[in-house]
Design a binder for this molecule. Structure first.
Ligand SMILES: [Fe+2]
Length: 189
C-alpha cells in the first residue's frame, strides 16, 4: 500500500497528513515539486534485468525523452533466509542511505516490485512516501532526504542516473532520520 505521511520536521508525532489515496498523494507531491507516477506492474518481477528493462522500454524512453539519464539500471534485493549472511547483507544495504543526504542530480526510482520509503526533508516538514510496486518517484537534486528499505529489504527498482556516480550521497551529518518512524513502523501504523 502506497502511503504518504507528512510530519513536522521537529516532531515526528505531529502528523499533518496521512493518506493512501493515490490521487491525493500525487497532488500533495506535485504541490511540492516532486514527480510521482504510477506505471503498470511487470509481467514477471523475477525476470532477468534485460527483460525488465525491455518491458518498460517505451516508458523509459518517454521519461528520458531529453536523454539526460545516461545510465539506467535495475537494483534488486530480496530476502534469502537460506543465506547465513542475509541478516548482515540486509542491515548493510539498509544502512547505506538511512542517514540524511542529498544528491547532485534527481533521484529517480521506479519500484517494479517490493517497497521502500523516501523521506523528504522540506521546509518545516518531513514527507514520507512509502513506495510500492508500480510507484515512480523523483527526489529533486539537492533535496535533503533519506531512504529506508526496512528490516527485510525486498524490492526491484529501475534507477535513472545522469552521471555514473549519480547515486553518491552528500551526507548532511544531521541525524534527523533516527527520530522518525521507519518503513516498517509506517506500514504498521
Ligand atoms: Fe538518496
Amino acid at each position: 500500500m502506497t502511503v504518504l505521511q507528512v510530519m513536522s520536521d521537529t516532531a515526528a508525532d505531529r502528523v499533518v497528513l496521512r493518506t493512501s489515496d493515490p490521487a491525493v498523494i500525487g497532488a500533495e507531491l506535485a504541490r511540492r515539486g516532486i514527480v510521482f507516477d504510477r506505471w503498470p506492474l511487470p509481467a514477471d518481477p523475477r525476470a532477468a534485468t534485460d527483460d525488465i528493462l525491455a518491458e518498460y522500454a517505451a516508458r523509459i524512453a518517454d521519461l528520458n525523452a531529453d536523454g539526460r539519464f545516461r545510465h539506467i539500471d535495475v537494483a534488486r534485493i530480496a530476502p534469502d533466509e537460506r543465506d547465513p549472511r542475509w541478516p548482515q547483507t540486509a542491515a548493510a544495504a539498509r544502512g547505506k542511505f538511512l542517514a540524511e543526504h542529498r544528491h547532485a542530480e534527481d533521484e529517480v526510482r521506479f519500484f517494479a516490485a517490493g517497497r521502500g520509503c523516501f523521506y523528504l526533508h522540506l521546509d518545516g516538514e518531513v514527507v514520507a512516501v512509502v513506495c510500492e510496486a508500480g510507484d515512480l518517484v523523483s527526489v529533486p537534486a539537492g533535496t535533503r532526504h533519506w531512504f529506508d528499505m526496512g528490516v527485510r529489504p525486498d524490492f526491484l527498482a529501475i534507477r535513472f542516473f545522469e552521471e555514473q556516480d549519480g547515486w553518491v550521497g552528500d551526507f548532511t551529518g544531521d541525524r534527523i532520520g533516527e527520530g522518525f518512524p521507519g518503513l516498517d513502523e509506517l506500514l504498521a501504523a
